[in-house]
Design a protein around this ligand. Structure first.
Ligand code: PXG
Length: 438
């Protein structure tokens, strides 16, 4: 008997969910430990997605639980405007230490979406402070996901999001995305083809004029829209074009931050330092919501040289919330103690091998891997895009693994504590689901 299902599912309007489909056949998670969730019907579910790309150190880590509990007892909340508490400074320093180059200053938010809004606003304000208020345009990329704020959906490149609300911000343009099923299917790591796609930024500069462009925002590896790995040389070229034209380069590292690609950041892995970086998810191992925008020294200093008084008219009631900071500090300690970023890197070859073994299965048209991420793309059913992917997701759930699908692309991103035999188990469940899904 499903004793754990609440008797009324009506009031809760579920996010990014087919509410009616779900409520007809609910899938409730009621517990989590290590690599596993437990379900309302008493089953164990191997976590193939680290929650939602966020529980990088695995579930229910005692050190994080203890840190949150202790902080809740000591001081539940402190206002962040004109006041502060010590752990916010400590966590900011620790995060800055982990990030490359002179990404030295950290602004706290509560989610990836807020981190993105923060980054875009900082970029606009930065130019205005330098007497370049004409730089208002924000450039995103097709198939980019930057959360659901008005800024994020506008620079994002997901058509339903943009069509619904994204047109409200008008000073927006987009680069093409970097994936080609013809040119770089079945790549392990960075594909060889596609560096030239960065030159589209030159075209946008020619079209709009550099003096109107504030920032370019990209995910170094696009996650939500199906694991799009940057071609070799692509991020470097974006960096150099931004340098030439004084455009602020923003890396949205909400997914890639904190070990997913085998380094503290994608910026470190790819050796390209953006001007602003957004973080969330793994910053607290998802135990308490938190996001952050990290900025380079020259940007921060521009604000600090402005008129005396409040330098940036921006902030949230819960910026640097004490519980989030406590969770963040305990999380960073765990990442270091367990050496999890290096662990992810060392697992990468085994992970890639295991994922690419599925390439002979029916309907598999691409597999792409990097770090502890795999995207497995299935051919869509005629006239029913996404249906095959959804069926695979449900089948995996029923046979003991949590996976994530976006349309017909299965995205896997397990906690970085995964063992080889669990990699085998995960890919076996996914493989069987693909094989038996018409
Ligand atoms: N930027 C990126 C790159 C993200 O992946 C956000 C911003 C927004 O973060 P918040 O915390 O506001 O949700 C994200 C979020 C998926 C999926 O299915 C991924 C996200 C959110 C929902 C679903 O891959 N990432």
């Amino acid at each position: 008997m499903d004793t754990n299902i609440p008797n009324d599912l009506g009031a809760y309007w579920m996010p990014f969910t087919a509410n009616r489909q779900f409520k007809a056949k609910p899938r409730l998670l009621v517990g989590a430990k290590g690599m596993f969730y437990s379900t309302h019907d008493g089953r164990r579910l191997l976590d193939g997605t680290a929650g939602l790309w966020c529980v990088n150190a695995g579930h229910g880590r005692a050190e994080i639980v203890a840190a949150i509990a202790a902080q809740a007892g000591e001081m539940d909340y402190a206002p962040p405007f004109q006041m502060a508490h010590p752990k916010a400074f400590e966590l900011a320093s620790r995060v800055a230490d982990l990030m490359p180059g002179d990404l030295d200053h950290v602004f706290f938010a509560n989610s990836g979406s807020e981190a993105v809004d923060t980054a875009l606003k900082i970029a606009l304000n930065y130019h205005a402070l330098r007497g370049q208020a004409g730089r208002r345009k924000l450039i995103g990329r097709a198939r980019g996901y930057h959360g659901v704020g008005f800024g994020g959906i506008s620079v994002g490149g997901i058509s339903p999001n943009r069509r619904a609300f994204g047109g409200l911000l008008t000073e927006i343009d987009h680069l093409p995305h970097t994936h080609s099923l013809e040119k770089n299917a079945f790549s392990k790591g960075q594909p060889d083809w596609g560096v030239h796609l960065a030159d589209a930024l030159e075209d946008l500069v020619a079209l709009h004029g550099a003096e109107t462009i504030a920032a370019v925002i990209v995910e170094p590896m696009a996650g939500s829209t199906g694991v799009l790995v940057p071609p070799k040389g692509y991020l470097e070229r974006l960096r150099s074009i931004c340098d030439i034209y004084g455009i602020v380069l923003i890396f949205d590292e909400v997914i890639t931050g904190f070990g997913r690609l085998g380094a503290a950041s994608a910026a470190e892995r790819f050796d390209v330092v953006p001007d602003i970086m957004t973080l969330a998810k793994g910053i607290t191992n998802a135990a308490v919501p938190m996001g952050a925008a990290v900025v380079r020294k020259h940007i921060f200093e521009t604000f600090m040289q402005g008129p005396d008084g409040i330098e940036l008219f921006h902030g949230y009631t819960y910026s640097g919330h004490p519980l989030a900071c406590a969770a963040g500090l305990a999380t960073l300690d765990l990442y270091r103690k367990d050496n999890l970023f290096a662990r992810a890197l060392s697992l990468e070859p085994y992970w890639a091998e295991a994922a690419h073994k599925l390439r002979e299965l029916p309907n598999v048209i691409d597999i792409r891997t990097i770090g502890l991420v795999a995207g497995i793309e299935l051919a869509p059913r005629a006239n029913a895009p996404g249906a095959r992917g959804y069926d695979v997701l449900v089948k995996c759930y029923e046979s003991g693994a949590l996976v994530r699908t976006t349309g017909d692309i299965i995205a896997l991103s397990p906690p970085l504590i995964i063992e080889n035999k669990q990699i085998d188990e995960l890919l076996a469940i996914v493989g069987a689901a693909i094989k038996t899904t018409p």
